[in-house]
Design a protein around this ligand. Structure first.
Ligand code: DAH
Length: 340
């Protein structure tokens, strides 16, 4: 038996040298350590050993078995390690390759301008109200003094969702919603998206407005102009001036168009102000008495002013953008110019 074990040990040692991969490792196990393998064969041949010698020989066989299993274990780790090294070698990382740079976003120019406008008016005590983008005809038109069949409805090309439901064409409906909820004194700013069937270099079917409304006792057009002066100076520079031109909006009386002196040329005349020295920036006026009445506010006691700012228009002027479409194409070459 001693002799047999010695031979088997030599055979296993020799075979170990050939175990270089998983397939051979498996063969090794099959040949020597499986149930019908050669090591198990030794245990079986214990039958032929004289009874009195069996305990000692059995022990020797057991020890040998443990040695063979340890041998297998070592080979298995060796094969595993070699496989890992081979994989690592095949998958080397080239640390000289440029890294993937994670793109971080930045605020859109419309958001930048919107925040800037809010900042100015928040400093004057205005609160923010955001109304619904899908609006009923009542809030978008009728209670703003534009009843059905009124020609002023043609001023805005409307997207209808249902008979009396529209995609709001203006944030002015926010005036009505605020006056329904609150009694004067009122000082709100209502920013939001608006929609009109209109599209060219300066018009987009979706754009953004910022509505302003002030209602209190004794409010006049002078208050409006004083406040707008502060606003345009914060946005365009301390030297710019405002000018009011008569205009028409159904919900204000009188209505005005507000111009700023050209911040590009200082009013001398240049391509930006079309050589007039002035640039139109927003519409405004004294809140029409019918609008106040429509909201249960007595026009004999209270008065107010309102204004509507086109955010894209301000952004285009401020940043020198010549096509409104650029704002909505999401071209990174455009957007990256507004990163902090
Ligand atoms: N809603 C008007 C528009 O979309 C803008 C506007 C003009 C709003 C005068 C006002 C205002 O509040 O007083 O063209």
């Amino acid at each position: 038996m001693e002799e047999k074990i010695k031979e088997l040990r030599a055979a296993i040692e020799q075979a170990s040298a050939d175990v270089t991969d998983k397939a051979r490792l498996s063969d090794f196990w099959q040949k020597y350590l499986s149930k019908n393998g050669e090591v198990a064969g030794l245990t079986k041949s214990l039958r032929d050993v004289p009874k009195e010698d069996r305990p000692a020989v059995g022990k020797t066989i057991n020890e040998f078995k443990q040695w063979a299993e340890a041998q297998y274990q070592a080979l298995s780790e060796q094969v595993e390690k070699a496989a890992l090294e081979a994989r690592n070698a095949a998958e080397t990382v080239d640390i000289t390759m440029p890294a993937k740079i994670r793109q971080t976003g930045s605020l859109h120019p419309i958001t930048l301008v919107k925040n800037e406008i809010i900042d100015v008016f928040a400093g004057m005590g205005f609160e923010i109200y955001e109304g619904p983008e899908i609006e009923d005809d009542d809030h978008n038109f009728t209670r703003l003094n534009v009843p059905k069949n009124h020609p002023a409805r043609d001023m805005q090309d409307t997207f209808y969702v249902a008979d009396d439901i529209v995609l709001r064409t203006q944030t002015s409906g926010g005036q009505i919603r605020v006056m329904d909820m609150e009694k004067p004194p009122i000082k709100v700013l209502a920013p939001g998206r608006v929609f009109r069937s209109d599209s060219d270099a300066t018009h987009s079917p979706m754009f953004h407005q910022m509505e302003g409304l002030v209602v209190d006792k004794g409010i006049t057009l002078c208050d409006l102009q004083g406040m707008l002066d502060k606003f345009v100076q914060a946005l365009f520079g301390a030297d710019v001036k405002t000018r009011l031109r008569p205009s028409y909006f159904p919900f204000t009386e009188p209505s005005v168009e507000v111009d700023v002196s050209c911040f590009e040329c200082g009013g001398k005349g240049c391509p930006l102000c079309k050589h007039t020295g002035w640039i139109e920036v927003l519409g405004a006026g004294v809140v029409h008495h019918s609008v106040l009445e429509n909201c249960g506010i007595d026009p004999n006691v209270y008065s107010g002013f309102a204004f509507g700012i086109g955010i894209e228009r301000i952004a285009m002027l401020k940043y020198g953008i010549n096509n409104i479409g650029l704002m909505f194409e999401n071209d990174l070459r455009f957007l990256k110019q507004f990163e902090d």
